[in-house]
Design a protein around this ligand. Sequence first.
Ligand code: FAD
Length: 274
Amino acid sequence: MTQISYEIFPPKTINAANQLQNNLANFCADTPAFISVTCGAFGTAQTNNLAICDTIHNTLKTPCVAHVTCIGASKKSILQRLQQYQEIGINTVLALRGDIPENQTLDAQELHQANQLIELIQNDFANTHIYVAGYPEGHPGCADIDQDFYFQLEKAKQGTNGIITQLFFDNACFIEYQQRMRKHGYQGKIIAGIFLITNAKQILKISELCKVYIPTELRSAITKYQDDPIALCDYGIEYAAKQIDNLQKHGCSDFHIYTMNRSDHVTKLRKLLN
Ligand code: FAD
């Protein structure tokens, strides 16, 4: 059965926070498999994350996955956060290293990679369900793409519940990744990350930073609709629906929508999928 989950991020302005309050109810009305909430690394955007997770889980009664990053954080502060999630009833996390802000020095880190965070969680909060991040086109910071694949495989095999992938626009990359993971004995969920485009400049920048390939047809459409945001979003939603339809034909049944906090876009997507 197809399972669709959503990713949202804690808003930075009061206006955006008010909008998210309304959108959260819409997201939850879809009864998604879960809603995951991003958080910053190096201590940023963590408080908001907890409050939003609380609303999703306890007020809106929807399964919630809290993103937890380890870079720039002490073991003690991570364990305190995990305790806070447990106290509000959340015991599923996406365990991440976290993005490293520019100009940040990495001396004196207690944890360097997500695999170490997973160990920490499993030692102290054994009942926690853990997802990890996967990169069908390789992690952008890796020195060697093959070695990176094996790091991802080992991380996923550390007793985790599944992989949620980075966004991708070329289904062939995901299908190859999924086949390679299966060939190496990984049997957990591989949840395909599907991005809903809202802005031309933003998607070009994200794809460049994440080293995600944009197929020619999509790139031409982004150029064509760069000054017409509504047409661009509609095109992006149709593109995402086609990606999902095609992936289902290749045996993929789990999809994680990068919503950009836009429930109106998700509603349009779900209509197309139905
Ligand atoms: P890791 O798995 O630790 O990998 C990081 C790098 O280390 C890779 O280059 C890998 O090849 C290398 N590596 C891994 N294991 C080893 C090892 N044993 N020895 C040597 N090298 C190793 N970022 C945020 O800050 N907040 C978020 O909320 C957030 N949410 C995300 C959600 C999803 C679904 C995804 C795909 C990414 C998300 N990110 C988020 C981005 C993520 O934090 C960055 O991509 C980060 O750079 C890597 O995190 P990771 O957990 O995948 O790292």
